[in-house]
Design a protein around this ligand. Structure first.
Ligand SMILES: CC(C)(COP(=O)(O)OP(=O)(O)OC[C@H]1O[C@@H](n2cnc3c(N)ncnc32)[C@H](O)[C@@H]1OP(=O)(O)O)[C@@H](O)C(=O)NCCC(=O)NCCS
Length: 406
């Protein structure tokens, strides 16, 4: 029997935005209050940080369109916006950037931990351990906002150090005179990037900065809701991001493009993946029903920076994959389809794509953790029970052998 649920006018207006094509309001309410696998379309809490319009393909951070932020903003300004809810004045931005830059260096002990890891350690495993290790050197007198700037600043230093360690290169001290984007590339490659490359990195960071209740952000919020510490919340988020259905997809896109090899093979390859019911990485999204605006921005930008024959071939392969996926499955690219091309252009190796995603997403994770603390209630949903009815406990000597699972 369907439930009759009355909602306020304000809630009604909000729910109307979630209606699928042809759905009545009663059906929307029914759907949203019924158990849904993977929590699809379930409203799991309130947030004023990020808005996604999955039908129109729009993404807003604190009300500002991602396209405008990519055009005019910077990593530092976007982090300020996400944490404090408004754009900073010139003086506020300068103080904030200075404060972030002054916190980039890692504690000596954290660097030693990295140096004791095997060179072939998985980069996301190393990142998870080292983010957790930052918490060991926490000053209990700090505010959570101060902790947020420490984590956001140092996560970039950790990722660059993991890369340098893997290749037996000297781990570089951050340069506090450089912007976050330039310094990150400098710590990875050892050279200060060109203005164009620094701008491209800044844009990539802005594009990854937040995305509402995605799996890693939600993980961070669940951990914060127990009133556990910020380091634990971000460590959990890194663990969730590692999965190939979330942050691991960008690396898989590059593997796929290499396997395809040339534009001539692209259609056949995608069709064979689809006919064997395999997922094609970089496509589909839980929320977007059209092209992910981040993918659109990256695709547009790619046409400006793609110059070498290899990049042109890569771009063509992705464009063909896009056409085939739209035609065959009505599925559109997500942020991961074109981000690898841009990171590759900046000299970021593919095994660092997911760690890079963590660097970009850190301001968003931290904004959500701060928001959760500011109006907390422990996140503790219910499960729809599908196990056996009550049964009598049978002492072991009276049990007969059963097939496991029966
Ligand atoms: C993002 C993603 C996890 C969303 O998952 P979801 O909302 O649970 O959607 P589902 O996996 O249930 O997919 C719904 C349908 O679309 C198909 N589909 C979704 N994404 C697909 C993809 N990338 N390739 C092929 N088919 C796909 C599913 O097979 C399913 O088809 P079916 O109904 O015939 O079984 C999913 O699209 C995916 O795995 N994409 C590839 C990984 C990726 O790029 N992740 C980055 C996300 S930003």
């Amino acid at each position: 029997m369907s439930k009759v649920i009355k909602v306020s006018e304000e809630t009604h207006a909000r729910l109307a935005k979630l209606a699928k094509w042809g759905e009545t309001m009663d059906q929307v309410i029914q759907r949203l209050t019924t158990q849904s696998k993977g929590l699809e379309d379930v409203i799991a809490g309130q947030s004023s940080i990020c808005f996604i319009d999955g039908k129109e393909g729009r993404l807003l951070y604190r009300g500002y369109d991602i396209r405008d932020l990519c055009k005019y903003s910077s990593y530092e300004e976007t982090a300020y916006l996400l944490w404090y809810g408004r754009l900073p004045t010139e003086e506020e931005l300068s103080n904030f950037s200075h404060q972030l830059a002054s916190k980039r260096s890692l504690p000596r002990e954290v660097v030693s931990m990295l140096l004791n890891m095997p060179r072939n350690v998985d980069a996301m495993d190393a990142l998870r351990v080292l983010v957790a290790a930052l918490g060991l050197f926490d000053d209990p007198l700090l505010s959570n906002e101060e902790r947020a700037s420490i984590i956001a600043s140092r996560i970039g230093t950790i990722v660059a150090a993991i890369h340098r360690h893997k290749h037996g290169l000297q781990i570089l001290e951050p340069d506090s005179t450089l912007s976050f984007a330039s310094n990150f590339l400098y710590m990875l490659t050892g050279s200060v990037p060109s203005r164009e490359n620094s701008r491209l990195m800044d844009t990539l960071l802005i594009l990854h900065a937040d995305h509402e209740f995605n799996a890693s952000t939600f993980t961070a919020r669940v951990i914060a809701s127990t009133l556990s510490d910020v380091y634990s919340a971000i460590t959990g988020a890194v663990g969730a991001l590692k999965g190939p259905l979330h942050g691991g997809a960008n690396e898989k896109v590059v593997e796929m493009t290499r396997e395809i090899g040339s534009p001539e093979n692209a259609e056949k390859y995608i069709l064979s993946k689809l006919s064997s019911k395999q997922k094609v990485m970089g496509f589909g999204h839980r929320v977007y029903r059209t092209m992910d605006p981040r993918a659109e921005i990256l695709k547009e930008m790619s046409s400006q920076f793609v110059t070498s024959d290899e990049e042109k071939r890569y771009f063509q392969i992705l464009s063909i994959a896009e056409e085939v996926m739209r035609r065959e499955k009505n599925l559109y690219p997500n942020v991961d389809l074109y981000s690898g091309l841009a990171l590759n252009h900046l000299g970021v190796p593919s095994y660092l794509f997911t760690p890079f995603f963590a660097v970009g997403r850190a301001p968003g994770w931290l904004a959500h953790v701060l928001e959760q603390y500011s109006d907390n209630r422990i996140i503790r949903p219910r499960a729809e029970y599908t196990g056996p009815e009550f049964r009598q406990y049978v002492p072991i000597e009276r049990r007969t052998a059963q097939v496991v699972g029966s």
